[in-house]
Design a protein around this ligand. Structure first.
Ligand code: DGP
Length: 114
């Protein structure tokens, strides 16, 4: 999508620190990290958020989880633990309307989500 920042990152039109990439997914460091490890797992196809996941595109969730596992291993949090979060819509705090999961770890996180 023309004006989407994550589409531009996926196409390498905007630089990012890429931690994992395959033909379906790109994972790069969040520009405003909330923890020592904070990576965004992003499908290359433009989908607004999980509300747009359906029977035709749900395979992407497998690709995203596969990428998340690889990132967690690579960045050394697979055993210590991490949180995988996706915000859907404005009340959830979604600011970039291209589906993404935050992989956050590298320190003890609050047990509460909110
Ligand atoms: P959310 O609030 O769930 O929509 O999270 C969007 C995240 O995207 C937020 O943590 C900051 C990050 N972000 C926004 N613009 C950029 C960018 O240009 N580069 C990178 N690496 N991250 C960005």
């Amino acid at each position: 999508m023309d004006n989407c920042i994550f589409c531009k990152i996926a196409k390498k039109e905007i630089p990012s620190t890429v931690e994992y990439e395959d033909d379906k997914v790109i994972a790069f460091r969040d520009i405003e990290p909330a923890a020592p490890v904070h990576v965004l797992i992003v499908p290359k196809v433009h989908i607004k958020n999980i509300k747009e996941i359906n029977g035709d595109n749900a395979d992407l969730l497998k690709d995203i989880h596969n990428a998340a596992n690889k990132v967690a291993e690579k960045l050394g949090v697979a055993e210590s633990g991490y949180r995988l979060i996706t915000n859907c819509g404005e009340d959830a705090g979604q600011t970039v309307f291209h589906l993404h999961y935050h992989l956050v770890g590298g320190r003890k996180l609050s047990p509460r989500i909110l």
